[in-house]
Write a protein that binds this ligand. Structure first.
Ligand code: PEP
Length: 255
């Protein structure tokens, strides 16, 4: 697939996989995908498996990401994990502001922006998620909601940090539901997000930023979605839990 920006496909494993299962999965993925350089591949296991997965992928092109982190550097924050601790485990990426955290943990754009800045300060690349609910889409509020999330969650980044931030557009109604945005719906929102980044940081930065699509991405729909001009990869939930489906998604973009 001939793309303007290098594709990035990340697997969000959510609260799945024991350490042994996680290691077994990345062993197979590394065998299947470890030598390819066309697509940046990231796996995001739960915190408990980060260390073992990082060790297993130490010499691999597949990078490791976390699913969340604290906005604080250190201190009395029981149960939290900071960016430095993730770097210590050779983690390269961190998913921030996933809709499940926005909904279940009431994470706000202000909090996501604080985490995004803390990630950059520690040398981690954030994958910042935005997305509208079905009610918001049906009330024609998609651009208002996405515009507010992009402005709020990415507030305070300088141009270099913005270029090094991955945005994941994940319509909430498409996550884990088997419903996927049409290629037109995805392209339209991705172009809108890029335009918004352009308004804030200028066109050169906007053209450099990678915007993933997420929401029931599978081998059967990946190629069509990722062939859209402003779709620069995928954030994959369910289909990243199994070697074959995750590899097939990546391989489908390489034909
Ligand atoms: C996600 O949770 O980021 C996601 C996109 O999940 P799924 O692929 O299962 O819809």
């Amino acid at each position: 697939m001939n793309k303007e920006r290098k594709l990035i496909v990340a697997g969000n494993w959510k609260m799945n996989k024991t350490v042994a299962e996680a290691v077994a999965l990345v062993e197979t993925l590394d065998r299947d995908l470890g030598a390819q350089t066309d697509v940046d591949v990231v796996v995001c296991p739960p915190f408990t498996a980060l260390d073992a997965v990082s060790v297993k992928l130490k010499n691999s092109l597949i990078k490791v990401g976390a699913q969340n982190m604290s906005e604080f550097d250190y201190g009395a924050f029981t149960g939290e994990i900071n960016a430095g601790m993730l770097r210590d485990l050779l983690v390269h990426y961190v998913i921030l502001g996933h809709s499940e955290r926005r909904e279940c943990q009431q994470e706000s754009d202000t909090l996501v922006s604080a985490k995004t800045k803390a990630a950059h300060a520690a040398g981690l690349k954030p994958i910042v998620c935005v997305g509208e609910t079905l009610t918001q889409r049906e009330s024609n509020e998609t651009e208002t909601v996405i515009g507010r999330q992009v402005e709020g969650s990415l507030a305070g980044l300088d141009a270099e940090q913005m270029k090094d931030t991955v945005i994941a557009y994940e319509p909430v109604w498409a996550i884990g539901t088997g419903k996927t945005a049409t290629t037109e719906q995805a392209q339209q929102v991705h172009a809108f997000i890029r335009g918004k980044i352009g308004e804030i940081h200028g066109n050169e930065v906007a053209q450099a930023v990678r915007i993933q699509y997420g929401g029931s991405v599978k081998p059967a729909n990946a190629q069509e979605l990722l062939s859209q001009p402003d779709v620069d990869g995928a954030l994959v939930g369910g289909a990243s839990l199994e070697d074959r489906s995750f590899s097939d998604i990546i391989n489908s973009t390489r034909n």
